[in-house]
Design a protein around this ligand. Structure first.
Ligand code: ZN
Length: 334
């Protein structure tokens, strides 16, 4: 049956609005959950086993746990030249840097895209998570744009990437609402800078005797002919990331948004575990508040917050919450 996308429910906005409304009525008291860490871990194991459905909310902490870190050794290995020349401190801030020209900007972005989207993560956190839920009725909502859920084998029909995908480009205007796979072009940009792609998709850098990257062998610019332009209007392409109101919500996004809304609706009276993994407290409206809302309004629902340093719940749902502080892989013993 042909679907009219204009008629699909926007689960993203709907869940955000409901979440904010519910949180406005909370008194603002927070709790670290009831019982010892061990008791809470046991309850979590039991909930995962017995819940009718599990809604996973994946945040940045999940990819950090998988070893996809944005600073330190990984940053030094692939971006040491950008650090030296522009003073950029980590991958996150580099995404906002005003580079002097498009050739340099795409040299940066091709590295950033590849090492976060196309390489396999050092720790198989996403695979372990899939093993844990694959026989359950599950759905995933995530703010991560590295697409690691899909790469690990999660069912595409049960995934909602709210903030875009490093693997997609769009028109920067945007003159039309379509997205384009970028892998082939990104690889060309990397080869032109002097990188090598390994057999296992890894990004190989030239190294000095001491093992550090030899940046004298790498270029910080791509050839002008590789700069991507919109095939329709000729304006530069941009990343399909929700940075401002030019973000293109393509047909895939709209379907996923509607599927998320439908999943929440059809499970609103069931024994659901809202499993929040590594979602920071500074952007709570997309996952955290909607999870609190769903838990608050369904007395069979349970909320679990697993987070390094920020594991808490509102006092209003304390009795049905599990809060565990720590690295995700560490908490599950992976
Ligand atoms: Zn265009």
């Amino acid at each position: 049956m042909k679907q009219n996308f204009a008629e699909l429910s926007n689960g993203y906005l709907e869940s955000i609005q409901k979440g904010i409304k519910t949180v406005q009525n909370f008194k603002g008291n927070v709790s670290a959950g009831k019982g010892t860490r061990e008791e809470q871990l046991n309850r979590l194991t039991e909930e995962i086993r017995t819940a009718d459905a599990i809604v996973i909310g994946g945040g940045a902490g999940l990819s950090t746990s998988a070893g996809l870190t944005y600073s330190g050794e990984r940053f030094d290995r692939y971006f040491g030249d950008f650090a030296a020349k522009f003073g950029i401190q980590d991958m996150y801030s580099g995404g906002f840097y005003p580079f002097p020209d498009e050739e340099t900007r795409w040299a940066w972005w091709s590295r950033h895209i590849y090492v976060n989207r196309y390489v396999y993560p050092p720790v198989p956190v996403y695979q372990k998570l899939l093993n844990m839920v694959q026989d359950k009725d599950y759905f995933v909502i995530t703010t991560n744009v590295d697409h690691q859920f899909l790469k690990a084998g999660f069912d595409k029909e049960r995934l909602f990437y709210t903030q875009g995908d490093y693997g997609l480009w769009q028109c920067s205007k945007p003159c039309h609402r379509r997205t384009y796979d970028n892998k082939g072009k990104v690889v060309k940009m990397l080869l032109a800078q002097g990188f090598v792609i390994g057999e296992n998709s890894e990004l190989i850098v030239p190294v000095k005797d001491n093992g550090a990257t030899d940046f004298s062998m790498l270029s910080m610019r791509i050839p002008s002919g590789l700069i991507p332009y919109c095939p329709v209007c000729g304006e530069p392409m941009s990343m399909n990331l929700r940075a401002d109101d030019t973000f293109v919500e393509d047909e895939g996004w709209k379907k996923a948004s509607a599927a998320y809304a439908e999943f929440l609706r059809s499970h609103k009276d069931k024994h659901v575990l809202y499993l929040e993994l590594g979602v920071g407290a500074n952007t709570p409206v997309i996952i955290k508040y909607p999870f609190w809302h769903e838990t608050y309004h369904n007395n069979k629902a349970v909320y679990a917050c697993l987070n390094y340093g920020e594991a808490f719940c509102p006092a209003e749902i304390e009795d049905r919450s599990i809060c565990i502080d720590g690295d995700i892989a560490g908490i599950f013993g992976w």
